[in-house]
Design a protein. Sequence first.
Length: 377
Amino acid sequence: MIDRFDEPIYVTRPVLPPLAAFQARLAEVWSTRWLTNAGEQHEQLGRAIRNYLEVPEVSLFNNGTIALLAAVRALGMRGEVITTPFTFPATPHAISWSGATPVFCDIDPVRLTLDPSLVERLITPKTTGILAVHVYGVPCDVRALQAIADRHGLKLVYDAAHAFGTRIDGVGIGNFGDASMFSFHATKLFHTAEGGALTCGTSENREKFDHLKNFGILNQEEVGEVGINGKMNELQAALGLAVLDCVPEELIRRRAVIARYRDGLRGVAGLTIVAEPPGVESSCQYFVVRIDRHAFGCSRDVVFERLKQYNVFARKYFYPLCSDYECYRTLPSSAPGRLPVATEAADQVLCLPLYGALPLTAVDSIANMVREIQEQA
Ligand SMILES: Cc1ncc(COP(=O)(O)O)c(C=O)c1O
């Protein structure tokens, strides 16, 4: 019997920079008395994120959800927007808050991202765009989705909340589609406590996002559109600059944790690790396994509950599907029979703890706990 952990092990733990590094940034803010509205910290962070993600344009936001909402609105995605049910609520909510209707499309069984072969049959005269999600940082089939968007004159926006630093054949993930949203929530590898960004290829779109996040204000006398307050403030940006310095070290540690899990879980029947396709650099945001109840011997839910007894708090992420939420379940596209792959994935996925400070010996223990749960099943 493996001993339970003395302290709870949660699925993630935020990166905190040395307090002195944050305080030095705060001293700069204090010296300027500039607290929000594109101050010096905000401008510095914008440049740093642009360089890190290797994208032409970045617009910073107060959180990822408002950023997504701004992208959907700014790009004129009305009517129907095709999206995935296997995501966080913010994805379909951004569509709904913009007055459009989410149309749920099933996912690819391996990547767990929108299945391009199913998207086209959902396109109607009302469809204006596709909102796809790089789930766990695993990229969508960006080429296939772009081809569909081009063929039908649709906008293509990516929810890249999990994909900070993901690259496809060396190209930063923020370079695909009309825009990509990154979340800088505290649970993310890079964070500003709360925050987010949109990346895009043209200054024209970036200016649209900048206007929308600032109430639609064009100048001191003109408000051009119904905007919102989506601005990132100086304290968030200052924290972000300090956290960004910690990301390379955090990535090294997370890669070691992932490698250790892979070793520890090798050969466990009925357990598969969700992984990026070849040529993709991982964002190391989550470590996710799938439990096939028949081959493993018990269900994902049993593993989830049993891990709690060892003081390990994994996460059923994403369960339930967005199409099962009360606010969406009556949509025609929500019928479970239309979403068999997503339904199965939602029943099988389990995020195991992943963060740089997780000791490798703890990773070994968690892998052994999973094995022990299987033996006792
Ligand atoms: C896939 C996905 N989209 C959107 C969001 C929303 O981002 P935020 O919390 O920054 O508003 C999240 C948040 O974690 C997410 O996981």
